[in-house]
Write a protein of this length. Sequence first.
Length: 640
Amino acid sequence: MNFNKEQLKIVYVEDDPVIRSNTLDVLRRRYTHVYSAEDGLMGWQLYQEIMPDLVITDIKMPVMNGLELIKNIREVSAEQHILITSAYNDSELLIDALNLAVDGYLIKPFLTEALISYVQRVVHSLNLKSEVEAYHTRLEQMVNERTQELLQSEGKFGALIEKLLDGLILIENHKIVFSNTSIGELLGYTKAELLGKDYRMLIAEKEVSRVSQIHERRLKREGDVPELYQTLIKSKDGREIPVELNVGFLTLEEVPQVLVLIRDMTKRLQMEHERLRLEGAIDQVEESVIITDTTGLIVYTNRAAEKLTGYSKDELLNSNMRILKSGIHDEPFYASFWRNLIDSHRFSGVFINKRKDGTLYHEQTSITAVLNDQGEVTHYVSVKRDVTFELQMEKTLRNMQKLQAIGTLAGGIAHDFNNMLMGMSVYTELALRELDNKAVLEGYLLNISNEQTRAKKLIEQILTFSRKDEGLNLVHSDLRSITEDILRMITISFSPGVTIKKDLKDVGYLWIDPTQYHQVVMNLCVNASQAMQGQGTIEVSLRKTRSEEAQLYGAKTIGLNDWIVLTVKDTGPGISKEILDRIFEPFYTTKPVGEGTGLGLSTVHGIVSRYSGVVGVNTKLGEGSQFMVFLPIIHGKLSI
């Protein structure tokens, strides 16, 4: 069934099977009869059989190229509507095509909207031609019946002409014998000023010769005269206006006359210029820009996309985004991505993709949906940036910060380990004295075993913390218990003037990397101790909260209702606004040279962000600082 399709016969000639298939799909959704051919010769045979309203043809093709096909068609019909497509922006081809009086010239890759715009212009031209022919017939009848005065009457057809948005003039023996209001408004003339004047006064000087030649050939009834073409006319004040002329021939009382519809092309050409300028600007940006349809088929790329992916523009166009898949992400990952994009029309995240040469890269991607007037998604615009080096630097920074943290932990570890060794030594000595008393000896040996177990766990903590950062080691962890252990170890390394107050609620278990959580707690506490210069109180609390509180500090809480808050508050001097804006920058520090790397808070921010969390800061000069780490409670194991 052809519901809602426009009646139009189209012959589409294209040798590339992918482009032909995609373009046919676009055309057949909108128009009733669309036929295709693989080369110029097949197109010529199909043209003679179908006699279509419109021919769309590529230039470079085997057997018979597009220009030869057009020449054959022009020998049959000078009025046939023809649209040319080409992957080569060749000025000589363009000139050859224009000399054959084609309706338009599209450079591949072209947007669907551009193609439909050209086709709709042909539809409009055919409709207008039909209307003008019908009107010409009626005019001839009216002139034969009641003379030419009736042409300017206020009858039904006169009123119709006056309501036309396009300008209209009637030319007889080079003189304007009729004009409507629209052409007068466009050029700044009254009807009286135009009546009886030579039509050539309206043509821009550089176009007079060409337009006059076409006019004379039309009067001679030559068959290859275009009925629709573009030129320049000039207004009363001398302005040149680009227009499209739609010209018809009629005879009134055996006198040949020419009826000309004049359409202002200024806005359309401005839009085309803006489009070309925008495409040029996008082609110069460093970020990769890719536009796809709703199925992921690539319809536009800029130069940066070629550099990022290693594929040429021709290789990317009409290919699916699947060609960049690395195999690292599984199908559930992509299913989740598409659900989010379809639901919110936006996406921002990192993909691991593969270049043409097989190398992998990390890509920061921002995707936005393009909607039509009905609110339907027509395309997706992706802006992409290679962040491989940045992620490698982030990993290096975390390892550097970990080395800094080892020094802080050394005192606490040594203290605990010495206590364990002391206990084992004492119990061993006592056991040697009670070798004959089995009951007492068993108790001493059991104590030695317990101390050995404690020492083993401590060694495991040291090894866990010192391992290379090769990715997340997510463990379903009791956050309260881990926090207790961390505070016990780092408290020993603080000066006696620092007091730690704890208010650790039971917040349950969370999927987290214990090493990274260790770094977060330790960095916040060490920063607090250093801010107080070894004198003051650090309050550490752990509790649950709702998404509303996390939102106050910029957290994205969609679908995340339950959160955990770790708070570290000190009684130091507070942070000034100038410094507050930079505290999370890598290597930024207010400490003297040699006393800090400036990586602590940067590392905290980076770790928390990977868990979709956020770090909040409340501070006031003279009243200390409070850092709050918000982590979402996600049911089921995280995939980060």
